[in-house]
Design a protein around this ligand. Structure first.
Ligand SMILES: [Zn+2]
Length: 146
């Protein structure tokens, strides 16, 4: 479960939206509040809610901070890519063709759809792993640049 799912917000939610969701979740899950409430759920339910509360807290700690959130987002994208792409999902720069396009150094690789993946050299230099989308279709590959 991602931090976004934990808080019930979309990936592109604003920090204010996330804060509202966090506050609502705290009210719902806070162990102290549960301990005092006569909800009749028993000890097991309280324990589960307490674990939920920890997840809510962790999610908020990451998503409230723009730099932590950005790092988390790129990790999510990579994880989703690894989970969904089963065919020719990883490339190294050696397998790609180095070309110059409009004065810019790029790496290209043919996609099954007939078009190609295109990775700018400057981007390849900045990221150890980078997801590259085909210029035409929705296929993606993970390029390992190191
Ligand atoms: Zn394609």
């Amino acid at each position: 479960m991602s931090h976004y799912e934990t808080l019930g917000v979309p990936r592109d939610a604003s920090t204010n939206d996330i804060k509202d969701a966090y506050r609502a979740a705290v009210l719902k899950h806070h162990p102290d509040k549960l301990a005092g409430a006569d909800c009749g759920n028993g000890a097991e339910a309280s324990l589960a809610d307490s674990a939920d509360f920890k997840r809510v807290q962790q999610a908020w700690e990451v998503l409230r901070d723009p730099s932590q959130r950005a790092a988390y987002d790129s990790g999510l994208t990579l994880a989703a890519l690894r989970a969904t792409v089963a065919f020719q999902d990883e490339l190294t720069l050696d397998e790609m063709d180095a070309e110059t396009e409009e004065g810019e150094d790029v790496y290209t690789y043919p996609c099954r759809c007939g078009d190609s993946y295109r990775l700018r050299k400057v981007d390849a230099n900045e990221h150890p792993d980078i997801a590259v989308q085909c210029r035409t279709c929705s296929n993606q590959v993970l390029v390992k640049t190191t």
